[in-house]
Write a protein that binds this ligand. Sequence first.
Ligand code: SF4
Length: 289
Amino acid sequence: MTTSGTEFVAFRRSLARARRVLARDLPWRNHHDPWAILVSEVMLQQTSVARVLEPWTRFLDAYPTPAALAAAPLDEVLVHWRGLGYPRRARNLRLAALALVERHGGRVPASTSDLLALPGVGAYTAAAVASFAFSQPVTVLDTNVGRVLARAVANRTLDVSEARDLAQRVRGRTASAPFNQSLLDLGAQYCRARARCETCPLARACRWRQEGGPDPAPASAAVSRAQAPFAGSERELRGRILAALEGRPGRGEFEERFAEVEPARLANALAGLARDGLVDATRLRLATN
Ligand code: SF4
């Protein structure tokens, strides 16, 4: 069954009515500084909201402008990134700050094409910044929105272009920022991997809830698969190595700290960090540039 224009309008209205119930009190939402919003969106790419709250404040205290981050050495930036994981994002954010200084006078641009040209900025992040910082008429598509669209709006698996098209048609001409935020809020709090339909404020407007059938979300566009456990993972080892190198240990001290890790595995992890430009493996130091 296809979704009609009338159903789009009905869903949009239901979402607008539920906005206050859905709204999460997130500090970057009260911010109008595009730089603060860009930093929050990069941090949120692969990290939960709860883990971003404190580092986001700390990071912006240290680097309140793109120019401040561009001027900082990478090893210092990596220390401020601590606790967030996926440290390649810190390196890319610093490269983005350098690009902002060089190409945009130290400001975050408003257009999605200029945003997409920045290192580490993909389609979701560009659309989120364009919408939340500049009220551009764009919709966002991430794992939360992907689940909502597949279940509540379509009740079928969607590919990327279908999901993007559907999001724009549901938004219609309403302001993008509150619309996008409500979809994200719905996906993050109710339409999760394990859906909380019993308490969901959109249940009456939701096609999957009303029509039933297999869950269309898991194979749908932008919906991420469950991550492998962190404990014992390469991600954990990489994080431990970066934390150890903050203290500038000698080689003997470093090897002692990782005595329980198989040498080949440790060497591989170090080589990977060096390939990512995060570590100077020869000097056994965090990279500075
Ligand atoms: S009713 Fe269930 S499936 Fe539908 S939007 Fe709410 S949580 Fe998602």
